[in-house]
Design a protein around this ligand. Structure first.
Ligand SMILES: [Zn+2]
Length: 151
């Protein structure tokens, strides 16, 4: 999916997470979520995050697109590390943003393997990346976020 869709999913997931967590700083919490929502695509040389922050392009030379960086291992490792060093809230924020990215990519035809390289646990949907359906889904996610903000 495109980065704007990942940001929309990340923002909605962040709003939903507020039912379970009260961050000490909402701005930093959501900034971490949105940043984490873009991180998995550092494995793609032409991704938006790699264009904006070229140093991340390094990952695209090491990992294949939708390989290891598109698994549950990364947010799990980051969460444990942040938790261990006392940044529990930001560990949650990374898990929320990263998880939103993985879930939204699992809606695409290419899908992702959540536990690569251990086994095949590939989930794939029917959405064409950059297609009309993705734009519709992105719009629905934004509308849902606005409703959550209003209500
Ligand atoms: Zn992705």
């Amino acid at each position: 999916m495109r980065s704007r869709t990942h940001l929309a999913f990340g923002f909605l997931a962040g709003l939903l997470s507020l039912n379970y967590i009260r961050p000490s700083n909402y701005i930093i919490y959501f900034a971490v979520i949105l940043f984490a929502a873009l991180l998995p695509d550092t494995d793609h040389p032409e991704s938006n995050i790699n264009k904006k922050i070229p140093v991340f392009k390094f990952f695209s030379y090491i990992f294949k697109h939708r390989g290891f960086l598109h698994t549950l291992w990364i947010p799990l490792i980051v969460f444990v590390l942040l938790y261990k060093f006392g940044y529990y809230q930001y560990g949650i924020a990374v898990a929320v943003g990263y998880g939103a990215h993985l879930l939204s990519d699992s809606l695409t035809k290419a899908g992702i393997n959540f536990i690569h390289p251990l086994k095949q646990f590939r989930i794939q949907g029917f959405v064409e990346t950059g297609g009309l359906l993705e734009y519709l889904i992105c719009g629905l996610v934004i509308v849902a976020s606005v409703f959550l903000l209003i209500l």
